[in-house]
Design a protein around this ligand. Structure first.
Ligand code: GDP
Length: 175
């Protein structure tokens, strides 16, 4: 893995949930400055630099339900070795499909990612009606409805991630 540097914002989600599209929508670029890859046997963690400010860490898509147990164990080992070695995880963006939020796989993934600052993105929100969106908002008050297609939620998400990067207020010693 690359040497620790700027704070890292981690993106996680099931395969095909819209993770790559969300990262591209947030960063506003099709091609990110690619810094390094950490391959596992079948999967790779990609690190992208946002200048000196931050890094985006793209965890491998967590498999479909039919993925064999051994492969899930590999996924977990790779992610554990990442999380266990990084001093500067600013937070985790967990991406779920707005049409099927909190599937059993999502729940397992959240457990593995542990108690950290996190943001739940309900991706592909454009596939929902207004009424469905309103119902989701009530059910998941702290989640953000998001669409890479309509750009719903993009600015709000950026603002939240920027707030994760702000240095803690300086503690001034009394004179
Ligand atoms: P990843 O595997 O999680 O990185 O998912 P991708 O970003 O590659 O997207 C998977 C599929 O979902 C692709 O066919 C995308 O075009 C589609 N997709 C991604 N984001 C959205 C979205 O916000 N709305 C809609 N309607 N489709 C999306």
């Amino acid at each position: 893995m690359p040497a620790p540097g700027p704070p890292e914002i981690v993106f996680a989600g099931r395969s095909n949930v819209g993770k790559s599209s969300a990262i591209n929508a947030l960063v506003g670029r099709k091609r990110l400055a690619f810094t390094s890859k950490t391959p596992g046997r079948t999967q790779t963690i990609n690190f992208y630099a946002l200048g000196e400010l931050a890094r985006l860490v793209d965890l491998p898509g967590y498999g479909y339900a039919r993925v064999p147990q051994a492969q899930r164990a590999q996924w977990r080992a790779l992610v554990d070795s990442y999380l266990g070695s990084r001093p500067h995880v600013a937070g985790i963006v967990m991406i779920m499909d707005a049409r099927h939020p909190l599937t059993p796989l999502d729940v397992q993934l959240l457990e593995w990612l542990g108690e950290r600052r996190r943001l739940l993105l309900l991706a592909k929100a454009d596939k929902l009606t207004r009424a469905e969106q309103a119902a989701l908002k009530r059910k998941f008050a702290d989640a953000l409805l998001f669409s890479s297609v309509t750009r719903q939620g993009v600015e709000e998400c950026r603002g939240l991630l920027e707030s994760w990067l702000e240095p803690p207020a300086e503690i001034k010693s009394p004179r």
